[in-house]
Design a protein around this ligand. Structure first.
Ligand code: GAR
Length: 200
């Protein structure tokens, strides 16, 4: 399956996908990486693996829908079949989702529905949660509300800072994202209402 990855930052989740592909452990091919921000680490990671990149800035578009239509055009130009939001810090609209029905997945650094939106790790610490983790889910029109594909818990330790918790969660994100993308890309996943079911 042809995979397009949308990013906004350092790109360690993208790296996990690229590493899995390089070792023959990804049920797909990363064909393009698109960032809404210039000069982010994720673009360097893609370039090092000779994956085509593009920067499409939300600032150059009058509305979210215009921005989303530009993303869709770029993804279609690479015949993308599955879209992975890997640290992509923009909310996508139906203009985007309708182009890839049940083919957009996101990784989030908390156990949804706890701590949606930005700064999920800081939210978990501020709340005093003892367990947090990550969620990979299909994207719908809400904020981190789509059907859940996989979740992995991690403990929150007494001496955690946002940075130490981020790092512990990221390690689980990398593993959980690759496994989830493989399940979706190999057609083993179907969505029934809110529930995602796996074929044996
Ligand atoms: C990851 O922790 C990802 O879950 C989070 O941004 C980070 C990106 O790291 N995404 C969100 O918070 C989306 N709401 P990366 O650029 O190293 O993959």
């Amino acid at each position: 399956m042809r995979i397009g990855v949308l990013v906004s930052g350092s790109g360690t989740n993208l790296q996990a996908l690229l590493d899995a592909e390089a070792s023959g452990a990804l049920a797909g091919h990363v064909v393009v990486v698109i960032s809404n921000k210039p000069a982010v680490g994720a673009l360097d990671r893609a370039a090092k693996r000779n994956v085509p990149t593009a920067v499409i800035s939300h600032r150059d578009h009058a509305s979210r829908e215009d921005f989303d239509r530009a993303l869709v055009a770029a993804l279609r130009a690479h015949a993308v079949e599955l879209v992975v939001l890997a640290g992509f810090m923009r909310i996508v609209t139906p203009a985007f989702l309708d182009a890839f029905p049940q083919r957009v997945v996101n990784v989030h650094p908390a156990l949804l529905p706890s701590f949606p939106g930005v700064d999920a790790q800081a939210q978990a610490l501020a709340y005093g949660a003892r367990v947090s983790g990550c969620t990979v889910h299909f994207v719908d029109a809400g904020v981190d509300t789509g059907p859940i594909i996989a979740q992995s818990p991690v403990p929150v330790l007494d001496d955690d800072t946002v940075d130490t918790l981020k790092a512990r969660i990221l390690r689980e994100e990398h593993r959980t994202l690759v496994a989830s993308v493989n399940a979706v890309a190999s057609g083993r996943v179907r969505v029934e209402g809110r529930r995602v079911k796996f074929a044996p």
